[in-house]
Ligand binder design. Structure first.
Ligand SMILES: [Zn+2]
Length: 54
């Protein structure tokens, strides 16, 4: 599972990730090249972070 998040939804994204996967979330900044083509999972902003496990 991967969750994309903007600056304002990163706390929410981490909470949701843990609730759904029961795994420890790893947060990374999206590479600049992917920012403009990737939307936050919770709003219409461009994503800044990607949350995944391992
Ligand atoms: Zn957002």
């Amino acid at each position: 599972m991967k969750v994309y998040s903007c600056e304002s939804h990163i706390d929410h994204a981490l909470d949701m990730f843990v609730a759904e996967t029961k795994e420890f979330p790893i947060m990374d900044k999206l590479p600049d090249g992917e920012k403009l083509s990737t939307k936050c999972s919770y709003c219409e902003e461009h994503a800044t972070y990607i949350v995944s496990s391992k």
